[in-house]
Design a protein. Structure first.
Length: 342
């Protein structure tokens, strides 16, 4: 039977299929709209299956805020070009909104959520793979909740390649967003030193000492004084006994320098602050609160928030493709393979 343009339009709106795919499906099913839609769905699954082994490490993050609930999601595509596709961008936005509204416990529950079209999120991803022509995957999500007294900071960087949600208490949403901007730029891994693993601190401190050893070898060649070695890497290692020992050593140094004992109490706080700074380098690299605030490096993030009467409660940062091993492309080999197939 003859297929009309109106039928093709209706099927495309219903399934998101391309013009020729929609027309062929209608021809094969004698104009039966439901049968044509089912045929396209089956073909979409088949197309997606063929792309299942491909690496999808590009894509976008998406953020949605719904009252006291926020969602951060990551959807992946094979190329950065497709990540800018309007259909893909809309799918990321819809996914974030669905996650925030439904608060699933895991990816399986998330993929089973019904979209506005009536299809599940998983079916929407399969359809997107079929119509866009690249493997589209739902990688991960986080649902964050806050109280009425707290604020979300939602921020996306580099067109959505990095997405961040922070929660702060005190301050306002603008302050929370500024903290999210810091997180996007400086990539802390945990909120405070209390969350760091003891073995991790030990290993990172050892690497730091090794680097100082290498630097001192270079400094010796140009007659520069050697850099001091830290005793610790984190506040987690600095016990009250360690602080007491440091104070005794500083007083001995002051005595050796001939400083009058009556002024030691004025000098000691600054020296102890320097001791803590020199012996918490792991904290400064990996923990949000100990990092120097990117918009005012005269203070840490913690001190900046304190100055605003606020404190950080949590943060989550997604960077598209992090941890995914990308396939190495040998362009010359691809050209030769293409020639061989001609």
């Amino acid at each position: 039977m003859a297929v009309t343009a109106a039928q093709v339009k209706e099927l495309r709106e219903k399934t998101g299929a391309g013009i020729m795919d929609a027309k062929r499906a209608l021809v094969e099913t004698d104009g039966n709209m439901e049968a044509a839609a089912e045929l396209l769905r089956e073909k979409g699954i088949a197309k997606a299956a063929k792309k299942a082994d491909r690496v999808a490490a590009e894509g976008l993050t998406g953020i949605a805020v719904d009252g006291n609930v926020a969602a951060l999601v990551e959807l992946n595509s094979e190329t950065d070009f497709v990540a800018k596709n309007d259909q893909f961008v809309a799918l990321v936005k819809e996914t974030a909104e669905l996650i925030a509204a439904n608060k699933p416990a895991n990816n399986e529950e998330a993929l089973a959520i019904k979209t506005a079209s009536g299809a599940t999120l998983e079916e929407s991803l399969v359809q997107a793979t079929a119509t866009i022509g690249e493997k589209i995957t739902f990688r991960r999500f986080v649902v964050v909740e806050k109280t009425d007294a707290q604020f979300f900071g939602a921020y996306q960087h580099n067109g959505g390649k990095i997405g961040v949600i922070t929660v702060i208490e005190g301050g306002d949403a603008a302050l929370a967003k500024s903290v999210s901007m810091h997180v996007a730029a400086m990539n802390p891994t945990v909120l405070s030193y209390e969350e760091l693993d003891a073995q991790f601190i030990h290993d990172e401190t050892a690497q730091l000492i090794h680097k100082i050893e290498q630097d001192n070898e270079s400094r010796a060649l140009v007659n520069k004084p050697a850099l001091p070695f830290p005793k610790f890497g984190s506040k987690l290692q600095i016990t009250p006994e360690a602080i007491a020992t440091a104070e005794v050593e500083i007083k001995e140094e002051l005595k050796a320098e001939g400083k009058p004992e009556k002024i030691w109490d004025k000098i000691l706080p600054g020296k102890m602050a320097k001791f803590l700074e020199d012996n918490t380098k792991v904290d400064q690299q990996y923990t949000l609160l100990a990092q120097l605030y990117i918009m005012d490096d005269s203070m840490t993030v913690e001190k900046f928030l304190d100055s605003k009467g606020a404190k950080a409660i949590s943060f989550t940062r997604f960077e598209v493709g992090e941890g995914i091993e990308k396939a190495e492309t040998d362009f010359a080999a691809e050209v030769e393979a293409a020639k061989a197939g001609l």
